[in-house]
Design a protein around this ligand. Sequence first.
Ligand SMILES: Nc1ncnc2c1ncn2[C@@H]1O[C@H](COP(=O)(O)OP(=O)(O)OP(=O)(O)O)[C@@H](O)[C@H]1O
Length: 251
Amino acid sequence: MVGQVGEDSFGADYLKALEREGIDGRGVRKLEGRKTGVSTIIVDDATGENRILFAPNANYAFSGEWTAAWELVPGEAEVVVFQLEMPLGVVLHNIRKASQSGKHVILNPAPAEILPDAVYKDVDTLILNQSESTLLAGDAAASHSPEQLASHFLHKGVKDAVIITLGGDGLVYATSSGLSGRVAAKKVKVVDTTAAGDTFVGGYAVKRARDTGKSFGYLKALDFATLAASKTVERQGAMAAIPRLNELSVN
Ligand SMILES: Nc1ncnc2c1ncn2[C@@H]1O[C@H](COP(=O)(O)OP(=O)(O)OP(=O)(O)O)[C@@H](O)[C@H]1O
């Protein structure tokens, strides 16, 4: 885990939570005089759908110099997941570095913002939800189905796979090797969809990192990530709702 927290109790609690979960938090810096990023999450009682009001605070506190100089990606990582909760320049710089050093780059462009076309050729797997896919595709999105949008990002240069998640409708995917299709969501009792997308990305990244060479299969990885996300929507909360590996019966 790489990022920045402030000196407040949110930051201290966050670092403790990482430790408790056995997550390596050495890449998380504590910034003097800053506040930790916080989100207010509103969940609809009837549908479990959420809206998030997000204040990045310390995660956005990079000076111009750091943008170019701070290498975020640990050498031993094989699969690296990027989101957009840091300034775009920092993320793009580190995506390029990670790609150049042969790591499998997964980009989950959330919260969404317009990206330069040049980034896609450094991304192995692009995972995004429907609204992110329409925002990033811009004019191309107007007449495109999710399937066509997935191909659109492959044409832009994504190296391995594009996965567009569709909430309760599951996902569509397309790969550079010519595979494509849909995977249905699990039918579960939805309590709170917060962190469904993050759990999906985490599940897919776990499969990408663990199943190397011929043991990796797209459908196996998509099924695993879908199962993981379904556990999260059955529970309230964000971090607290994410399942552990031993709760997921496929492996
Ligand atoms: N209502 C639901 N029922 C079952 N599974 C769901 C539901 N909503 C989401 N999921 C699962 O989670 C995956 C990701 O969901 P979604 O497309 O909503 O991502 P997201 O918008 O990034 O999520 P969030 O922002 O809420 O974390 C879906 O592909 C699906 O497998």
